[in-house]
Every structure is written in C-alpha cells, then in structure tokens.
Ligand binder design. Structure first.
Ligand code: CP
Length: 338
C-alpha cells in the first residue's frame, strides 16, 4: 500500500547526484515521493527545519535563474543556508583547481551543487569532495531539471492512461535537457520521441541508456524527423535551439535547421490530435523561435508549474542527499498526527 512517509531506500546508493543513470526506478520514485510530500506539507503553511545549520555551496560556471533561486529558497525553507558562488567570485579556475576547491568546500559545507561547463568538472568535484555533490547541469545532462520535469509530468498525467502509453515528444536540438528527459521518461517506462532533423538526433551514447531502460522498465525511445510522430503526444517539450553550450555556431545556422518546421506553435499542438496535450519548456525561452507566445502563455502550457517544480525537486534532493529524508518524513507524519 502507498505510504507517503516511507521510502524504499533509507539511503541513496550513491553519495552524489550526478546522473540519474546511477539510480534505479524505485530510488527515483523515492525522490519524487519525498519531494512531493514535502511540497504538500510546506504548501499547507507548515514549516520544517531538518536542515538546520546545514550549508549548501553553489558553484556556478554559468548564469542561472531557476537553479540558483530554487536551491537557495529550498535551503532557507528547510532551515539551512545556501552560498551563491557566482562565476568569478571564487578562486576556482583562476588560482585553484576544482579538486582543491572541492576539498575546501567539503570542510566547511554539508552539500555542494555545481553548474559546470564540462561534465568532467562535476565528476572531479564529486571525486575529491567528502560531502555529496549535486550536478546543477553540465554539457551532458541536467538531472535536477529531470526530477522537476518528471514530477510535473506526474502532476499532469492523462487520467487512467498507463505509463507505457504516455507519449512525451521532445521537439528540437539534442541538448542535455533533451538527453535528460529521455533518460527519466524511459526510466519510468514511458514512450519518448525526439522530433528533430537527423543531424540533431540524440547520439548513440544517450540512446543506449534509453534502450537499456526500455528493456528493464518497458516503454520506448525513438528519434524522427517525420511530423507523424507528433500524433497522440500527451506532452510536447522544447528547449532553445542555440547558444547553450555551442557558442561557436551562429544563430542563423540553427534557425535554418529548425525554423519553421520545429517551432512549437498552435499548428503543431493541433497536429498531436490531442486536445489535452501539455506544453513544457525548461526555460529560459527564446519566444518567437522554438515556441510562440500563444503556446507558452496559453492553456496547454504547464511551463510555469514546471518552473515551480524546480523548487519541489531541489527540496527533495537536498533532504535526500543531505541524509535526512527519513527524519523529515517522520517529522511530517508526527506533526500531521498531532
Ligand atoms: N532551466 C534552467 O536550468 O534554468 P536556469 O538556467 O535559469 O537555472
């Protein structure tokens, strides 16, 4: 029987949250359960302080709105504190190696979150840190976005549809967000399709992970440039077409590849044949490029719920990897019974 106050795993199998491939489906479900139970509790006006006196160091090699604010607010709401170590504000990269930075931060803080330019950097941080490291996005994946996104998808599941029939279509470039969405939807046994020009399909390295998930959990993973794949989509998701990690290729090149065929607009939503289709975007969006205003601001859009669920996910992650998941759920249960 479902018990929101009990997790299958009392401890994560990995110290760090670098890649969801390190965790099985039931561990991811534990993170979802913890995140949503805490969300409901905090939304009911109650407070928690299970991270009292705990500090999260946040390293950013790039700009961020959602990741930065959600982690900072999550730590504050749970009784802890977050330090924003913005680009250029610490010695990292200039006078100090990532490994030395990791060792120093681990002596002073309880958790480290890092958004990095290269995935190797977050691996190096984790290897040299004695405290848990959370990957706040790299050029390979975006696992904190992944958790928030799957929570949003679960919040908006079509009624009565089994997970293996739920179709998620990512439209556009094979960004790390696209790769991450494929990894988490296939881990949940859903149908995932990337709709993009062949040159922008997910690489075999990603697809191998998705197909291994299909074998273990069901569902399917496909890539296609045929608009017929839009039919029956329950969720249409897109991300910016350029400028995220590839700073070399001019915008015009991307525009030529994606526009107008891969723009999410009213016509594309209609092509799904599903009047209840939901639209998702990790944000920030380039309005008028990968998505039109009327879609992003329209009735199908759940992009703002999705943004809010970054906070839902971060609270779950700092509690889970901060080692106080069980304690927090016990506290919620006790306060509810009182
Ligand atoms: N989606 C996302 O990671 O947003 P930020 O870059 O603002 O953190």
């Amino acid at each position: 029987m479902y018990n929101p106050y009990q997790l299958d795993h009392s401890k994560p199998t990995h110290k760090d949250y670098i890649d969801t491939t390190d965790f099985d489906q039931s561990e991811m479900l534990d993170m979802i359960k913890l995140s949503t139970t805490v969300r409901d509790y905090i939304k009911s006006g109650k407070t928690l302080s299970t991270l009292y006196h705990k500090n999260l160091a946040m390293i950013f090699e790039q700009k961020s709105t959602r990741t930065r604010v959600s982690f900072e607010v999550a730590m504050e709401q749970l009784g802890g504190h977050a330090l924003n170590l913005a680009p250029g504000s610490i010695q990292l990269g200039a006078h100090e190696t990532i490994g030395d930075t990791a060792q120093v931060l681990a002596r002073m803080c309880d958790l480290i979150m890092a958004r990095v330019n290269h995935h190797e950097s977050v691996l190096e941080l984790a290897a040299r840190s004695s405290v848990p490291v959370i990957n706040g996005m790299s050029d390979w994946n975006h696992p904190t976005q992944e958790l928030g996104d799957i929570i949003t998808i679960f919040d908006h599941l079509p009624e009565g549809k089994p997970l293996d029939k739920v179709k998620v279509v990512f439209v556009g470039d094979c960004t790390q967000v696209c790769g991450s969405l494929m990894m988490i939807t296939s881990k949940m046994g859903m149908e995932f399709v990337q709709y993009a020009p062949p040159a922008k399909w997910l690489s075999d390295e990603y697809l191998k992970i998705g197909r291994a998930n299909n074998q273990r959990y069901g569902g399917s993973v496909h890539v296609s440039d045929n608009p017929a794949v839009l039919e029956g989509a329950d969720f249409i998701y897109t991300d910016v077409w350029y400028g995220l990690y590839d700073k070399e290729t001019p915008k015009e090149v991307y525009m030529r590849e994606f526009y107008p065929k891969y723009q999410v607009n009213a016509e594309m939503l209609a092509a799904t044949g599903n009047e209840h289709v939901k639209f998702m975007h990790c944000l920030p969006a380039n309005r008028g490029e990968e998505v039109t205003d009327d879609v992003l601001d329209g009735p199908h859009s759940i992009a703002w719920d999705q943004a809010e669920n970054r906070l839902t996910a971060q609270r779950g992650l700092v509690l889970y990897f901060g080692g106080v998941a069980e304690e927090t759920l016990d506290e919620i249960k006790k306060q509810k019974e009182d």
